[in-house]
Ligand binder design. Sequence first.
Ligand SMILES: C[S@@+](CC[C@H](N)C(=O)[O-])C[C@H]1O[C@@H](n2cnc3c(N)ncnc32)[C@H](O)[C@@H]1O
Length: 464
Amino acid sequence: MEASNCPIDAHFSDKISILLSPPPIPQEYFQELVAERQCYGLKVKLDGEHGKGVYSGVDFREDDLILKDQMLVGAQHSSNKVDCLVCSFCFRFIGSIELQIGRKLYFEELGVSAVDECATSGVMECGSSSGKARLPHDTIQSLMDGSLRLPYSENFPLPIVFPCLGGCKEAYYCSKSCAEADWESFHSLLCIGRGSSSPNTEALLKFMKHANETNDIFIPAAKVISSTILRYRKLKAAHFKLGKLDTSNPHDSWLFPLLLEAWKPVSMGFKKRWWDCIALPDDVDSCDEADFRLQIKDLASESLQLLKEAIYDKECAPLFSLDIYGHIIGMFELNNLDLVVASPVEDYFLYIDDLPPSQKKEAEKMTKSFLDALGEEYSVSCQGTAFFPLQSCMNHSCIPNAKAFKREEDKDGQATIIALRPISKEEEITISYIDEDLPYGERQEQLADYGFTCKCPRCIEEAP
Ligand SMILES: C[S@@+](CC[C@H](N)C(=O)[O-])C[C@H]1O[C@@H](n2cnc3c(N)ncnc32)[C@H](O)[C@@H]1O
């Protein structure tokens, strides 16, 4: 399906095709990533069969840490925001155990709750949460303002909450450095506060509302565009400073290479257009497939229009083409690792449960009412969508030799990959994109979402 009749797509078609052509693997780029992450045993290579893949440069033993990958861009699901307060840059839980619990109960009191913690639509539901004990409003307030302390919560300290540099009430941080890094990398253009660099924060609000009401995958996509623009501006400023560009005559032939350079980290991501690669939902008949894909494309077009009104930069115009926007969203669809950070509230209640009987009895006099008010979902992990530049180069196998695994010490949104068995030097490192315990047919069905049929040795053996 062609991208669109969007004028930017037609006007910049040459540049868009350069931005979208898969680059040869720049070894220095991946070497830099490997060095930054200090995972020196890894190499990214083209194996010819499945595109890029990650290979081992050393021997790994079972349970060895292979990689701790930092995300290039990520966003917490909108629906998850009522359940946990996390740093908008590194996704670490912030505030205090009391604030986490009080905030969740406060939203429930208001009748706002996440419809489904796994849903990607980001839609929130209003209504009363049935079957849970209610706590007085003042008690919830005192949890949130810190005047009420829970027993032993000092054993679960969380970083204090840092506000957004632009003054919005949407983004909070675990530290000044995260607030500054987010501001410089993504948020200055997407902030709806008074200090925002967006020329039109009203349009930005409309964009956010549209994303929250339709599909919150548009938010990380907007972050990709914003970060590319901000990188481009930095590169341009550095070139001017070094006298490499003539300020009186900024020429396209000088500026486009800077845009390409700014786009480079995103260009490495495997991608296809969203409306071409998205799996057909079970409730859509195959004879309605063309209509369904057209609706998805129209939705992306609506979202892009709003984003364009909010942050358009004419020197970065090709980024606002529907083709590029569709490919960015498709990149999130096809790269399989979700953002997940476990909640410290779970650890807190488990700690209380494990106390010696007399201490437990005493502590529970206070904690029980909160646990009852929180109900079964007393602790919800932070969940979102993220793109990890190295992990996303790992191919799938139904008999993987590695897996993504959160350890006790992994308290933020990084992706941790661990060896499942000994891996020898030069072997490809594979992970499973799905639950590999499923039977053959179901595995293939789920892998169809990633656009391929698995032909790993196990699938070959189990194929009917
Ligand atoms: C997360 S990317 C993995 C890196 C990718 N090979 C690349 O070139 O960037 C996922 C895509 O890689 C390809 N892929 C991964 N594992 C595969 C496999 N076992 N068989 C065929 N294609 C695979 C599919 O096209 C899939 O959508």
